[in-house]
Structures are given as C-alpha cells and as structure tokens.
Design a protein around this ligand. Structure first.
Ligand SMILES: [Zn+2]
Length: 72
C-alpha cells in the first residue's frame, strides 16, 4: 500500500497510496485516513461521506472497499 517518493531526493519517506483513486495526496500521510492497512486520501474520504447510493461512483467506492476487506 506504499509507494516510494519518485522525486529522486535522498529523503526516502514512504508515501501512502490511496486504495480508491490509486494516487498519493499532496499532503502525504496527513492528507487522509487509515483503515486497517489501507489508506484513503481526504478527497476520497469526502466522496464516501457525500456520495449518494444511486450514483455510479458509490458502486466504485464500495468495490474498492470490498477488495480491501477481502485481502485483510
Ligand atoms: Zn483517493
């Protein structure tokens, strides 16, 4: 669930990778939440909170979460 920084600096901090949008938020670790071993960025966290059940995006989020829980 982690990717290394790609900027080539000596700083080798591990950066979180969001399980839903598959990207690293600009704020790094502080810009999101952890569920079990997985990271969800603050943008997707807001989407989960505010997406309505009938929206297509809701199904995509639920599928991503199911993938996560079936791997635990
Ligand atoms: Zn995300």
């Amino acid at each position: 669930m982690f990717v290394r920084a790609k900027d080539g600096r000596r700083d080798r901090r591990l950066l979180p990778l969001c399980i839903i949008c598959n990207s690293t938020p600009p704020g790094g670790l502080r810009d999101g939440i952890y569920l079990e071993k997985a990271f969800i960025c603050s943008i997707c966290e807001q989407e989960i909170l505010f997406t309505q059940r009938q929206e297509k995006r809701y199904g995509e989020i639920v599928r991503a979460l199911k993938r996560l829980w079936s791997n635990v």
